[in-house]
Design a protein around this ligand. Sequence first.
Ligand code: TMP
Ligand code: ASP
Length: 239
Amino acid sequence: MEKREQLYEGKAKKVYRTSEPGFFWLEYKDDATAFNGAKKAEITGKGALNNQISAIFLSLLKQKGIENHFVKTVSDTEQIVREVTIVPLEVVTRNIAAGSLAKRLGWEEGTPLSKPIVEWYYKNDELGDPILNDDHVAVLNIAVREELNHIKEISLRVNDVLKEYLAGRKVILVDFKLEFGKTPEGQLILADEISPDTCRFWDANTMEKLDKDRFRRDLGNVEEAYREILRRLGGQENV
Ligand code: TMP
Ligand code: ASP
């Protein structure tokens, strides 16, 4: 399979066409942004770390029967994925109050939730990704009720799989963001990435943050935290 022209450039990845219909070529970048792009930096090695971490998570989910776009890794920073059209929703699942939920409810960060919360945000940079309810999603024609139910069910299954897997590696899964896409045949599958850019990971012993909050909140050692996650997942550390 060959890499062809660039189709799209996002804040953290580029998407290319390939020589084979039905497949895209993803390139993970070192660029980091926060607060809807207001804060920017380059974190050397982030692209390679997220490429590998995301491949590990998406392969695990596939093994557990959760269909997703990941096909194979082709270089340090690149992977082949199935062609999908991304549904413009950021689907956030939370186990512990943190970030925007802690702020909205006035709860202390670290407060456990009595059950996981799944939230929808409109993937729209101009609007700053506003939170949506089911009716907004329907009126905006983003997804029909059955699709939304499916997305919620898959998100909760992903939560169960990742929470247990990470607990065995002494990492607490606080919350995470997923995206879904439609294949050319119309199948709705999990897509995008699962990495320290899109999840909150806390060390189970020290509660140290091992994710992008280190960048958002200027805590330092961002790359080291991502590398620690890869090490706990048993990935190759020479990236
Ligand atoms: P939040 O608490 O800021 O709403 O973030 C919830 C989760 O979603 C957290 O794990 C980080 C992730 N996230 C993204 O992946 N992209 C984003 O643009 C935002 C705001 C959060
Ligand atoms: N995706 C957000 C941004 O672009 C960042 C975040 O994860 O907070 O700037």
